[in-house]
Design a protein around this ligand. Sequence first.
Ligand SMILES: Cc1cc2nc3c(=O)[nH]c(=O)nc-3n(C[C@H](O)[C@H](O)[C@H](O)COP(=O)(O)OP(=O)(O)OC[C@H]3O[C@@H](n4cnc5c(N)ncnc54)[C@H](O)[C@@H]3O)c2cc1C
Ligand code: SF4
Length: 459
Amino acid sequence: MPERSPEQRRSSFDEVAFGYSADEALAEANRCLQCPNPTCQQGCPVNIDIREFIGAIIEGDLTRGVSVLKERNALPAVCGRVCPQEEQCEASCVLAKKGEPVAIGRLERFLGDTDLACELDHRCVPEVAAPSGMRCAVVGSGPAGLACAGELAKLGHGVTIFESLHAPGGVLTYGIPEFRLPKAIVAAEIEMLSSVGVEIVTDTVVGQLTTVPELLGEEGFDAVFVGSGAGLPVFMGIPGENFNGVFSANEFLTRVNLMRAYEFPSKADTPVARGRKVAVIGGGNVAMDAARTALRLGAEEVFLVYRRTQDEMPARKEEVHHAKEEGVEFKMLCSPAEIVGRDGFVTGIVANRMELSEPDESGRRAPVCVLGADFSIECDTVIIAVGTRPNPLLKAAAPGIELSRRGYVLTDEEGATNLPGVFSGGDIVTGSATVILAMGAGKTSARAMDRWLRERATS
Ligand SMILES: Cc1cc2nc3c(=O)[nH]c(=O)nc-3n(C[C@H](O)[C@H](O)[C@H](O)COP(=O)(O)OP(=O)(O)OC[C@H]3O[C@@H](n4cnc5c(N)ncnc54)[C@H](O)[C@@H]3O)c2cc1C
Ligand code: SF4
């Protein structure tokens, strides 16, 4: 797929990949073998009829292609961009065995973008069942909450989403940067939900302004879905984390993406520190996004500090490739022991050199410290991207909800919690996962909520 050159990208928040033209999409779709037993579909967590939507592109019937996609996935332009296709649908494509699977994600993006290019009233809108007269509340407007809300609305229920931030979308809006996922795309896909009757109330923290029992009581909702994500940053607990210039990736990315700090001061009010030498700690998509964002804010050098090797990095390969092309320097097998500073500001990191142990029973090789091999990295900014946890506010939001030892909501396979009428899904149940898994969980819960509501109404 055509994309901007690394030189252009380094200083621009514009999207990296341009997307397929109609001719390119047709050429790629024609590579599909239209297998009688399409294994790719089994690789998709929401079971999209991939053969069918690619067949529609081959026949030139893009409207049908979009509607096949939307039967299973309300956010195709988003998923086509950020799904880890290489581990899911594309990994299960029979052509993967020969080395080059059909670019399913890119074709999905092509159809999603084709739909969004139409005026709202010409887009593919799902059918909505007759009104049930029942109302559901959804806490959080990330992929889990959005998918749950969309499905409940299709099933005929009234739905209101309560979101703590001033814009809906969860990580799609505040976490994943503009150059990977333009916010106009997220907003346009969310706009579709209003056409099936979903109401979104922003700036409302459930647990402070209202609670789940109040939603089910005086506010008159019949069931609640909690999709509040796991956005509380984790720090490393090493000395020096309080110096000025140390950020959690969450704060850094939220300032830049949601508050558009990269346009400060001309078009946005929120500033962000622009480091000259930036060290990002971690090896996942979040670390990669933070490193590439720091480069675009004008950093001269950006280091990625990770305690294993590149082979063990959890980030998508495409993101690693893009980060390297743009000039992010990878410092592998090193683990920060201390952040050092002067006059309250960061001046560098002292790190331990690591090596990998022999594989354990699960095949995983643990990083082990090499004694006496400490070294220093000079930097003025440190961004910590080593994971997140659920926000403890959840206990105030839903008193009595059963949580795991680590603070995640415990549910059955369909998202039912221990509280009657309260369901949950997405990162708040599984821990940090993927957009499509969160959406899948939201849809599963919506169907279980629908059954619960209808059984209660007839009992
Ligand atoms: C920087 C970054 C990059 C990522 N890149 C990818 C990627 O490339 N591909 C991929 O598949 N996945 C990626 N992920 C993971 C993916 O985004 C998450 O797994 C997914 O967003 C989880 O969805 P969710 O709906 O459970 O939670 P979230 O997206 O976290 O949404 C939860 C929402 O609930 C709101 N909320 C929380 N508490 C309350 C409350 N008390 N009251 C009201 N609202 C509340 C939050 O403000 C938020 O909007 C990335 C994650 C991050 C952080
Ligand atoms: S939703 Fe994700 S896994 Fe499913 S077909 Fe689309 S890109 Fe593949």
